[in-house]
Design a protein around this ligand. Structure first.
Ligand code: SAM
Length: 270
């Protein structure tokens, strides 16, 4: 029952008792179940798969390669990524944004038989290479990919690149299930150095007027992006459904991150 690792400021630095471990699993499963119940993404056996996935996640998380994956997916994000992967059951996973290799490792735990490709423009931070995972240097849009089946392939974009661009690229390459990190609303673009704007939320924000300049300051540097509804419309038409996953912090006590968003692309532009 040891999901702790020395050196992780989020976690206790020793094993949880069995009943405490079970309580934590139940609290996460309840939070995940609330989202599943409120959304029709995974009808039928979704609750059962998610409950088992949470229990499995807590068994594997203790062997994560990076004790403290600062700058990448930590406990709450990893829990959601693991559960979603079990729910979607992909045979092909394409990740953009490898960083240390933690989320790629997690995908392997959640989908032992899937083919996994992970892209990054630098391998300077890459500290864990999992056997069987294809680590690619460069942007995914330049790469040759294996055949993509719409229903059994998953794209995870955690690369701080314009999310409208990623939607268009993913759709053209046949992906339909996507997960995005850092889907920030327009008023929170200042929370990260390179916000992936326009984000999914911004594409659907009725308050953003065409031509409006969104301006903010980050570490003393003025930053801005101009709203271009005509350019953004193409990505918007490719999105059938999207949902921001609720943060698990109230259930886990681990610090909130910018949160994950699941997206289902349309088979045809709307
Ligand atoms: C937040 S980190 C990824 C964290 C990782 N997914 C995890 O959860 O452990 C973002 C990464 O995106 C990478 N990145 C930046 N531009 C990119 C691009 N065009 N394609 C792929 N990765 C890119 C950065 O080098 C960085 O390693």
């Amino acid at each position: 029952m040891d999901l702790t690792r020395t050196g992780d400021p989020e976690m206790a630095d020793g094993p949880l008792g069995a009943r405490q471990h079970a309580r934590l699993a139940a609290a996460i499963a309840t939070a995940v179940g609330g989202w599943l119940g409120a959304n029709a993404w995974f009808p039928g056996h979704g609750q059962r798969v998610a409950g088992a996935a949470v229990r499995r996640f807590l068994r594997v998380y203790g062997s994560r390669p990076a004790a403290d994956n600062a700058g990448g997916s930590r406990f709450n994000a990893c829990a959601w990524l693991f559960v979603l992967t079990r729910l979607i059951a992909p045979r092909l996973i394409i990740e953009s944004g490898t960083h240390r290799g933690q989320s790629a490792w997690l995908f392997r735990q959640a989908a032992p038989d899937a083919r996994i490709l992970t892209f990054d423009i630098t391998h300077q931070a890459l500290s864990h290479r999992q056997p069987g995972i294809d680590y690619r240097l460069g942007d995914w849009s330049d790469a040759d990919l294996p055949p993509v089946d719409a229903d059994t392939s998953l794209g995870f974009f955690d690369d701080h690149v314009d999310q409208a661009r990623r939607v268009r690229e993913a759709w053209a390459r046949g992906l339909r299930w996507l997960v995005f990190d850092d889907n920030l609303p327009a008023h929170l673009l200042f929370v990260t150095g390179r916000p992936p704007a326009p984000t999914i939320s911004m594409l659907f924000d009725p308050s953003l007027r065409d031509g409006e300049r969104l301006a903010w300051t980050r570490r003393g540097r003025p930053r801005s992006i101009d709203v271009d509804q005509e350019a953004w419309a193409e990505a918007r038409r490719l999105i059938a459904h999207w949902s921001v996953l609720p943060d698990l912090a109230p259930a886990t006590g681990c610090r909130p991150q910018t949160g994950l968003t699941v997206v289902r692309l349309a088979d045809r532009p709307r």
